[in-house]
Structure formats: structure tokens, C-alpha cells
Design a protein around this ligand. Structure first.
Ligand code: ZN
Length: 196
């Protein structure tokens, strides 16, 4: 971890971004599959559970992996999927054409995403990944394709960086907000059972 960086993600401090064995277990429960290659926990619930898994841009099996911020919490992903099903992304993409300020903010979000991914890559001691150079996630910088990706970005770097991630966080407030825990206690209980 770099010494001078203050993480801006939801619910994390410099002391709590390193993934623990419990975090990896909870992420695996959240996603319903064994999670690997977790480099960082960039956002946490008020209860401490991970919301997002940060993965270095090359997996241990050699595959390039552009989506550094992977939204893992099933309550959040389900809430986001409701709005994706309504096609909110198309309306967002259309606004980029008419609103130069918004387009510039989204371009800056894309650049922040790439910079964050490069930081995580360097901290993980991984070589550059030319296959995905300049490619971020979610359709950035010219389209909005995946609300999960843009919200994962907002949760990981804080509000004020990704305008569409911020909007998505507002959209889902009837289903999930950062102030309230919506975690399943079983995610942790099964870890304690494993340890015992
Ligand atoms: Zn929680």
C-alpha cells in the first residue's frame, strides 16, 4: 500500500483496504463462487463487510481483467439491475451528447478509473497489461453501458468522481443506502463455522 494515499471509498480507511480471509470468504458468499485475486477492499458496508472487490488488471491465470472495481454486494447489484432493466443507461448516454460539462466529467471519471487501476497494478507488483490499455469499464468515456461498473467506481473512490455512478447511487436509495447494513449474517457465520 502506498503510504500517503487516503482511500476515499465508502467505509474504508488506510487501515482497512487490505483484504482479510474473512473478506474473501464474504465476497465468495456474496457472489456465489470462490473469489480469487482480490487486491484490495475499496468500499465497505457500515458493518465492515466488503461492498466492492478490487482486482488487479491481470489475474493469476494470466488473463487481463479490466474491471478493477467489481460490485459484489447482491442487494446492491439487484437494485442496480432493476434500473438497468428499465434502460436508464440509454438516457444517460444520450445526455452525454448534449451536455459538454457532463461529458467532460465522465471523461475525467474514465481517466480516474485507469489511474486507480494502474495504482492497484503497481501495488500488486504486476507488469503493465497492454491488452487493456486505455480500456476502462461500464462504457466509459463515451457511453454508459453498465450501471454496476459505474456504481462500483463511485463506491470505491467516493462521490464527485463518476457522475453516473453518483446518479446510480441516488437511483437505488429505496433499495440500498450506504448508511444502512443490508448484509446477510450467514455470510460471516459460515466463515466462523469453517474456522471452528
Ligand atoms: Zn453490512
Amino acid at each position: 500500500m502506498s503510504e500517503n494515499r487516503i482511500p476515499a471509498g465508502f467505509g474504508v480507511t488506510a487501515e482497512t483496504t487490505a483484504p482479510t480471509a474473512l473478506d474473501v470468504h464474504v465476497l465468495s458468499q456474496q457472489l456465489g463462487r470462490k473469489v480469487r485475486d482480490v487486491a484490495e477492499i475499496p468500499a465497505r458496508c457500515v458493518c465492515g463487510n466488503p461492498l466492492v472487490a478490487a482486482t488487479a488488471p491481470r489475474l493469476s491465470n494470466g488473463s487481463p481483467f479490466p474491471t478493477v472495481f467489481y460490485l459484489a454486494h447482491p442487494v446492491i447489484t439487484a437494485a442496480v439491475s432493476r434500473f438497468e432493466a428499465e434502460g436508464v443507461m440509454y438516457e444517460m448516454t444520450d445526455r452525454l451528447e448534449d451536455d459538454a460539462e457532463l461529458a467532460a466529467a465522465y471523461q475525467a471519471a474514465h481517466e480516474n478509473y485507469l489511474a486507480e487501476r494502474d495504482r492497484i497494478r503497481r501495488e500488486a507488483g504486476i507488469d503493465e497489461v497492454p491488452e487493456i490499455e486505455g480500456v476502462s469499464a461500464g462504457g466509459m468515456p463515451t457511453r454508459v453501458k453498465c450501471l454496476h461498473a459505474v456504481l462500483g467506481h463511485t463506491l470505491s473512490v467516493g462521490r464527485g468522481v463518476n457522475p453516473f455512478g453518483d446518479e446510480t447511487l441516488d437511483l437505488i436509495r429505496d433499495y440500498w443506502t450506504p448508511e444502512q447494513c443490508a448484509c446477510d449474517p450467514a455470510w460471516r457465520e459460515s466463515f466462523e463455522a469453517e474456522e471452528a
